[in-house]
Design a protein around this ligand. Sequence first.
Ligand SMILES: [Mg+2]
Length: 275
Amino acid sequence: MQHLTGLVVFTDLDGTFLDHDDYSWEAARPALERLRENNVPLLAISSKTLAELHGLNDRHHLFAGLIGENGGVLEIGGDLRQPGPATQTIDDARSAIAKAVSVPVASFRSSSTDQIATATGLSLGDAALAGNRNCSDPLIWQPTENDITLARNIAGEFGLKLVKGGRFHTLCGETDKGRAMQTAIALLQEQQKLPAQRSDITSIALGDSPNDAGMLAQADIAVQIPVKHGPVPTLDLAGKSALRAPAPGPQGWNISINAILDDLSQTPTAITKAR
Ligand SMILES: [Mg+2]
């Protein structure tokens, strides 16, 4: 299995490694075991907080590194990096927004666990993990259109963005998963867990949604996992192509990783690096 040297795998969690409905990764276990046997580092890269990722990893020891808040903060081998905005900048921008708009502004960082649980429907334990944020902050407010415009402008003055997710407007920086992936590879090289030469490294990335596109575009081997319910999004991969997993969630993850490992270990030239 010498051809698997220099391999590193980055995976999105929700809808990719974890089943969309029950958050199970059980179906990925065979490929996961194979990565482990070959000492291939697997890194989680998610919109979740580091605290939430720790909640999963401390129980199951799945990942060699955790990348949270959409690439804003990384923890790998005890090294903590925050390419995202400084926590103080987030808090300062939120205070400035609260002063300018016509409605009260709370947020995950500034609220109690009880308040986050009420706003999200999460359990108290999960609300505490979701509120433990480094470099992005979902606002809890009922804004007018004018408030949103004001808040966007103020965020911009602090070098931040205000991004509307499913439910919340989130104050965050310009970081993305693709850049975080490159930072993680450099850290793993420093820690001698990957070869010193970038050309000796093959990165695999798996994701299912538009916020994974930057990561898939920069991976040597990209895998788009189809979404379980509804249409599969067209991802902007900057001209690169991605393999399509034959099934959603951890089932597709398992089949895709196994197929890639088969190719790499049997015919190392079968997959040409796109770099
Ligand atoms: Mg996802």
